[in-house]
Design a protein around this ligand. Structure first.
Ligand SMILES: Nc1ncnc2c1ncn2[C@@H]1O[C@H](COP(=O)(O)OP(=O)(O)OP(=O)(O)O)[C@@H](O)[C@H]1O
Length: 299
């Protein structure tokens, strides 16, 4: 197999707020790391406003060999979407709260080790999704987790502790909605605690919502957790942390290439896509773009 081309001109997309991590010395670290090995590096800082349009324009107006996302899943998703109109590979420097996609891809969570991907890597093409038209590289969901993510994003603390605190507060009064899910394979109708549209496997919290599923198989999964009694909660949580999603009587997975999700009686729904909450119009269409994103992975 031919060696991948050497990546000389690199763009790093930095999210200054991701993961509540101090990034004051990050640019110097990356710059000296790259210079020592003859790479040139440019930085693009996200602002939280119109970043996709600005990044796409920047990439179009410059010549790069690869673009690294230095942030969490939201930043990775932003850069991944910007790259869909190019053939450039995505590198990930995990600097978020959860870093779910980078964990699923086996990318080192240590900064120095992740930077080695600049020269020691393989390139793999993975699938991406559109959920109600919104780009999704990792996971999207409706229901309980979407609500927790929304509360988390509107709060002023970003770490994992804040997420757990909000989840516990919301759990007690939570009312599951009723869904109708029509895929190219089957139809499901009933109430659900949460409905996850999964391109990948694992949330940044290490909850394995979609075990043993590949990121490049041209299919995605809809992972359902049906309403459960309080006495079953700990058991389900244990299964989610031990790759045992399918072993609960309250879970099921629909594997497909296309899906339409309806919430009867509603014309919009709260959905989180790659960690970003938004209101989406119903019915929600989910489509897949097989092997549409090239990613730098460890050898
Ligand atoms: N300069 C900025 N100021 C405020 N918000 C920003 C800025 N740049 C990006 N953002 C916001 O940061 C969010 C993405 O954060 P990201 O997902 O990368 O980190 P995280 O949430 O800490 O980590 P993870 O998603 O892995 O848990 C987006 O909502 C984006 O709008």
């Amino acid at each position: 197999m031919a060696a991948p081309p050497i990546l000389l001109r690199l763009l790093f997309v930095l999210n200054p707020i991701s993961g509540d991590i101090d990034k004051s010395s990050l640019e110097d670290t990356i710059t000296s790391f790259c210079r020592e090995r003859g790479r040139t590096v440019t930085f693009f800082h996200t602002s939280g406003e119109n970043d996709l349009t600005k990044l796409q324009r920047h990439i179009r107006e410059h010549s790069y060999d690869a673009v690294f996302a230095a942030g969490g899943d939201g930043t990775v998703s932003l850069v991944a979407e910007a790259l869909t109109e190019t053939n450039l590979p995505l590198g990930i420097l995990p600097l978020g709260s959860g870093n779910g996609l980078s964990k699923d891809l086996g990318i080192p969570q240590d900064q120095q080790e992740a930077l080695h991907l600049i020269w020691d890597h393989q390139v793999r093409a993975i699938d991406t999704l559109r959920v109600g038209g919104t780009f999704c590289a990792h996971l999207a969901d409706l229901g309980f987790n979407a609500l927790v993510v929304e509360r988390f994003c509107s709060g002023d603390t970003r770490g994992p502790g804040a997420y757990v605190r909000i989840a516990m507060q919301e759990y007690l009064g939570y009312e599951p909605a009723h869904y109708r899910i029509i895929t190219d394979q089957e139809t499901y109708e009933g109430p659900a605690f949460m409905v996850t549209v999964a391109n990948a496997n694992t949330f940044g919290s290490n909850v394995v919502i979609n075990p043993d599923s590949r990121l490049d198989d041209g299919e995605f999964e809809i992972c359902l957790i049906e309403p459960f009694p309080g006495t079953a909660a700990l058991g389900i949580l244990y299964q989610l942390y031990t790759d045992a999603f399918d072993e609960s009587v309250y879970t099921r997975r629909l594997r497909c290439r296309r899906a339409t999700i309806e919430v009867p009686g509603h014309d919009q729904v709260l959905v989180q896509v790659d960690g970003e909450p938004q209101q989406a119009r119903l019915p929600l269409q989910v489509t897949i773009e097989p092997q549409s994103l090239r990613v730098l992975l460890p050898l």
